[in-house]
Write a protein that binds this ligand. Structure first.
Ligand SMILES: Cc1cc2nc3c(=O)[nH]c(=O)nc-3n(C[C@H](O)[C@H](O)[C@H](O)COP(=O)(O)OP(=O)(O)OC[C@H]3O[C@@H](n4cnc5c(N)ncnc54)[C@H](O)[C@@H]3O)c2cc1C
Length: 511
C-alpha cells in the first residue's frame, strides 16, 4: 500500500524547507515536491530579523549560519546630495530575541544550510524534479500528482498539503484564493557582487533616493554586496537585465570586472499582495504563495518563515489528535494582519525611494530631511502583534513576540530555548508555575509539549539578563504562557492564575 505522509509540501524554497524541518523535528512524516532538479540560483533575500534568527535557532541551523551572516546596524535613506532622510534604528549587537536585530546573508547559502539540516532528518523526504500539477482532496486525505521531466507521474498521498510554491503558486489556485493587490509595482535590476578586495562600506545598508536612478546598496552577507537599480522610463526589461547593463551601472560604484565578480543578476517586479484565503480543507498556503512584499523592509522571506513557525506546531497538534482541526483556521486570522503590516511597511518605504520626478524628489527631500533633523534617535519599528486567534482573550501581551535572554541552569548556560527547551513554556519569576497545576492540568500541559520554568535572577533558571523579570514587571504579570512560535499566549497577574491560563489553552486548541 502507498505510504501516506502526514504533510506534503509543494515547493522547496526557504519557506518549504523551514516548514519541513519544523515538522520533521516534531517527528511528522513529510514529503516535499520541488519542480526544479536543483536549487534556485538567482539573487533574492539578503536580510532577516531577530525573530527569524530565533526561529532558525529552533530549526538547528543558526550555528552553521554563524559565519555566513553579517549583523547590520542602521539602515539609511539618503538624497542625491547625500543628506540623510531617514535612519531606521537597528542594534547590531542584540535584541530581545537573543540575536542581532538585523542579519545580512545570501539566500542560496541559507537554502544550502537548510538542505543540509533536512538531509539529517529521517522523516523528511525531498523529491526534486517533481512539479505538482494536480491536487485532489477526499474526506481524510489529499492526493497530489507531480510531473517529472521524463514525463513520469508521481502520486503522493498526505493528510495535509502546504503550498510553499512561491509567487506564481499553483496551490493558490487549488485553494481558490485571489490576490488582494495594493497596486504597487516597480521593476528593479538586482545584482549580487563579490568584491575581490575587502572594503569598508559605510553605511553598510542604505538607499540612494536619487530620482535619476533610485538605488539600493546593501550587504549580501559576509564578503558580498548587493546593488538594486530601478528601471527608468524608456528602459526595457530586456535591456535592464543584460549583464553589460549591470556592469555599466556598477561602474559608478567603482565595481568593475577587474575588481569584482558579478555573482548573479536578474530583473524583478516588486509587488504588494496577499491571498484572501490561506486554507481550504486540508490544503494551506505559506510564504510567497500567500503574500508578496516590496523588499525595502527586507521582510518577504521573514514573513514566510513566520508562517512556517506559526503553522508547524498547529499541524503537529492537529495531526497528533491533541487539537481540533479548527486550530488551523487561526493560522490565517493571526498571520494576515501581521503580513499586511509588513506589506504596508514595504510599500511605505518603497514610496520614499521609487520617485523619478525631480520636483517630487526635491519636495520629499526637504520634508524628510527636516523631520530627520528634528529626531534625536533613529526610527524604531517594533514588530506588529498577531491578529486574533489562539490566545487567552484580553491577556497582557497576548499575540506579541516574547523575549529570549541568556540563562543559566545547573552547568548549562546560553540562550533560553537551548538551555530550557522549546514548546509551550509557562514561566514565572515568582516560582515554578507547575506547582499550582492540578495533576490533570499538568498532564494535559505535558501532553501538548509544555515546559515550566522558574526564571529569575538567582532562580533555578537564572535570568542572567533580567529580561524575563523586566517583561513581567512591565506588564504587571507574574506568569506568562508562551507558544512554540514564541508568541505570548497569555499572562496572569499572580502565580495562582496559572491553571486559568492552561485551561484557556485547552479551550483555545479545542484539545
Ligand atoms: C530582489 C529581492 C530581494 C528580496 N530581499 C528580501 C530580504 O532581504 N528579506 C526577506 O525576508 N525577503 C526578501 N525577498 C523575498 C524572498 O526572497 C522571498 O519572500 C522568498 O524567497 C520566498 O520563499 P518561498 O519559499 O515562499 O518561495 P520561493 O523561494 O519562490 O520558493 C518556491 C519554490 O517552489 C517551487 N515550485 C513552484 N511551483 C511548483 C510546483 N507546481 N511544484 C513543485 N514545486 C514548485 C519553486 O521552484 C521554488 O523552488 C526578496 C525578494 C526579491 C525578489
Amino acid at each position: 500500500m502507498d505510504e501516506v505522509f502526514d504533510v506534503a509540501i509543494v515547493g522547496y524554497g526557504p519557506v518549504g524547507q523551514l516548514l519541513a524541518i519544523l515538522l520533521g523535528q516534531r517527528g511528522l512524516r513529510v514529503r516535499v515536491l520541488e519542480r526544479w532538479a536543483g536549487q534556485y540560483p538567482l539573487p533574492r533575500a539578503v536580510h532577516f530579523d531577530h525573530e527569524v534568527a530565533r526561529i532558525l535557532q529552533g530549526a538547528g541551523v543558526m550555528n552553521a549560519l554563524a559565519k555566513r551572516v553579517e549583523p547590520a546596524a542602521h539602515y539609511e535613506w539618503r538624497s542625491a546630495d547625500g543628506e540623510v532622510l531617514l535612519r531606521i534604528g537597528r542594534d547590531a549587537q542584540g535584541s530581545d530575541s537573543g540575536w542581532p536585530e538585523s542579519l545580512m546573508f545570501s539566500q542560496p547559502e541559507l537554502e544550502r544550510t537548510l538542505d543540509d539540516r533536512i538531509v539529517a532528518l529521517p522523516s523528511v523526504r525531498v523529491d526534486w524534479d517533481a512539479e505538482a500539477v494536480d491536487v485532489r482532496e477526499s474526506a481524510d486525505l489529499v492526493e497530489i500528482a507531480a510531473r517529472r521531466e521524463s514525463g513520469e507521474t508521481l502520486l503522493v498521498k498526505a493528510h495535509w498539503v502546504v503550498g510553499c510554491d512561491g509567487a506564481n503558486s499553483f496551490v493558490r489556485g487549488v485553494v481558490g484564493a485571489r490576490w488582494n493587490d495594493l497596486g504597487f509595482r516597480f521593476d528593479w535590476l538586482v545584482a549580487d557582487v563579490i568584491p575581490h578586495e575587502k572594503r569598508t562600506w559605510e553605511p553598510l545598508n542604505w538607499q540612494l533616493c536619487d530620482p535619476a536612478r533610485p538605488t539600493t546598496v546593501v550587504s549580501g552577507g559576509p564578503g558580498r554586496r548587493r546593488w538594486e537599480f530601478m528601471r527608468l522610463p524608456g528602459e526595457t526589461m530586456d535591456e535592464l537585465g543584460r549583464e553589460e547593463t549591470a556592469w555599466r551601472l556598477l561602474s559608478a560604484w567603482d565595481i568593475r570586472p577587474d575588481n569584482a565578480t558579478l555573482e548573479r543578476h536578474a530583473v524583478y517586479t516588486f509587488r504588494a499582495c496577499w491571498a484572501d484565503v490561506w486554507r481550504r480543507g486540508r490544503v494551506l498556503l505559506a510564504g510567497d504563495a500567500a503574500h508578496l512584499t516590496p523588499p525595502f523592509a527586507g521582510q518577504g522571506m521573514c514573513a514566510g518563515m513566520r508562517d512556517a513557525a506559526n503553522l508547524a506546531w498547529k499541524l503537529a497538534l492537529v495531526r497528533a489528535g491533541r487539537a481540533n482541526d479548527g486550530l488551523l483556521d487561526t493560522y490565517a486570522t493571526e498571520r494576515i494582519p501581521h503580513v499586511r503590516a509588513m506589506i504596508d511597511l514595504g510599500v511605505e518605504l518603497g514610496r520614499v525611494i521609487c520617485v523619478l520626478s525631480p520636483e517630487q524628489a526635491r519636495a520629499r527631500d526637504l520634508r524628510m530631511a527636516a523631520e530627520e533633523r528634528a529626531r534625536h534617535e533613529p526610527v524604531s519599528r517594533p514588530l506588529p502583534p498577531l491578529g486574533p486567534g489562539c490566545f487567552a482573550p484580553g491577556s497582557p501581551g497576548a499575540g506579541t513576540l516574547f523575549v529570549q535572554g541568556r540563562v543559566r541552569c545547573g552547568e548549562a548556560e546560553g540562550l533560553f530555548d537551548d538551555v530550557v527547551g522549546r514548546g509551550f513554556v509557562l514561566l514565572s519569576p515568582d516560582g515554578d508555575p507547575a506547582s499550582s497545576l492540578s495533576p490533570e492540568a499538568a498532564a494535559f500541559f505535558r501532553a501538548v509539549g509544555g515546559l515550566t520554568a522558574h526564571v529569575a535572577p538567582g532562580g533555578p533558571v537564572e535570568d542572567r539578563s533580567e529580561l524575563y523579570t523586566r517583561w513581567c514587571r512591565e506588564r504587571g504579570a507574574a506568569v506568562a504562557l508562551v507558544r512554540p512560535d514564541f508568541a505570548v499566549f497569555g499572562a496572569a497577574e499572580h502565580l495562582d492564575g496559572t491553571p486559568r491560563l492552561v485551561e484557556a489553552l485547552r479551550r483555545a486548541i479545542g484539545g
